[in-house]
Design a protein around this ligand. Structure first.
Ligand SMILES: Nc1ncnc2c1ncn2[C@@H]1O[C@H](COP(=O)(O)OP(=O)(O)O)[C@@H](O)[C@H]1O
Ligand SMILES: [Mg+2]
Length: 287
């Protein structure tokens, strides 16, 4: 099972929108679960799920309740949901009280490994013990980036943190979100950030009211408007992500020292099978 987190320290950048659309697209090819980790429950709302009332972050963290008990069907084939719970606001408190506090989420996810090929994590904003757990567990981290100087700074910090932790097989996959190409500032920031981070995904998600409309329709875009430009662009984003993950999974875990910072970055951003599952998402989905 590949764990794919959608995260950003900021709220309102398009995390939940991306998580719902990408998980739906992933489910076209394989059993996929979306875990709504944000106590606000936006992904749960978009997928018409009801938040759980008795999920209890405390019991989950302690191992007294298992995630499979809480899974709901979304009504779409191969696509299930772990709905949000208000108790998730206390994840940090419960995790910090346990041994190996940064490995709790990885441990919780083990009960899902046999059932799903992909687990998407829709994360709340902020930096917390929960976000560290997410990065520790993930094979890939998708980061929606607003074209502003501050988001670029955040990306640098995130990349450095991953490198410091030595998580060489965690794929860092940022993409520009809510882009308004009519704004020259967006043009400038995107161009300069791409120079600094050549591995940012090529697909950009524009600021479109069609995308915002998802919250009225309460369904993934590719489900209610598969031919729309907005659905197409999430399709392109997903193909790129699946290809990146597939390509990285096919690389040997230990790469010979290669030339230059680009090669170094490629290694930092490569995905391998940290938990020993060798399967490649790219092979299944990138059709
Ligand atoms: N590309 C986009 N264009 C226009 N509106 C968007 C876009 N992506 C998301 N939105 C809207 O912006 C708001 C925040 O998006 P959301 O995905 O919930 O962000 P986050 O999860 O980062 O807080 C929602 O109302 C959503 O419908
Ligand atoms: Mg959200």
């Amino acid at each position: 099972m590949k764990i794919i987190a959608v995260t950003n320290i900021k709220g309102g950048v398009g995390k939940t929108t991306a998580a719902v659309n990408l998980a739906y697209l992933c489910a076209a090819g394989q059993p996929t679960l979306l875990w709504d980790l944000d106590p606000q429950g936006a992904a749960t709302y978009l997928l018409r799920g009801a938040p759980h009332e008795h999920a209890s972050a405390k019991k989950l963290v302690a191992g007294n309740r298992e995630l499979p008990e809480l899974i709901l069907s979304t009504g779409y084939a191969r696509f299930d949901l772990l709905p949000a719970d208000f108790s998730y606001r206390n994840f940090d408190v419960h995790m910090s009280a346990r041994k190996r506090p940064t490995e709790r989420l990885l441990k919780m996810s083990r009960s899902l490994r046999e059932t799903y090929a992909a687990l998407f994590l829709d994360c709340p904003p902020g930096i917390s013990l929960l976000s560290e757990n997410v990065l520790r567990a993930a094979d890939a981290v998708i980061v929606p980036l607003l074209p502003t100087p501050l988001s670029v700074l955040m990306l640098v910090q995130l990349r450095d943190f991953i490198a410091e932790e030595g998580w060489v097989d965690l794929a860092l996959l940022p993409f520009f979100s809510m882009v308004d190409r009519r704004k020259s500032l967006h043009h400038e920031i995107i161009a300069s950030t791409r120079q600094q981070f050549p591995t940012i995904l090529a697909t950009e998600i524009p600021y479109w009211s069609e995308i915002e409309r998802m919250s009225l329709r309460r369904a993934p875009l590719p489900a209610f408007a598969p031919k729309s430009p907005a659905a197409q662009i999430y399709g392109a984003l997903w193909r790129e992500i699946a290809q990146r993950m597939g390509a990285a999974a096919n690389q040997p875990a230990v790469t010979a020292p290669a030339a230059g910072p680009a090669a170094q970055q490629q290694r930092v951003e490569s995905v391998a099978s940290r938990r020993g599952t060798g399967e490649s998402l790219g092979g299944v989905i990138a059709t």
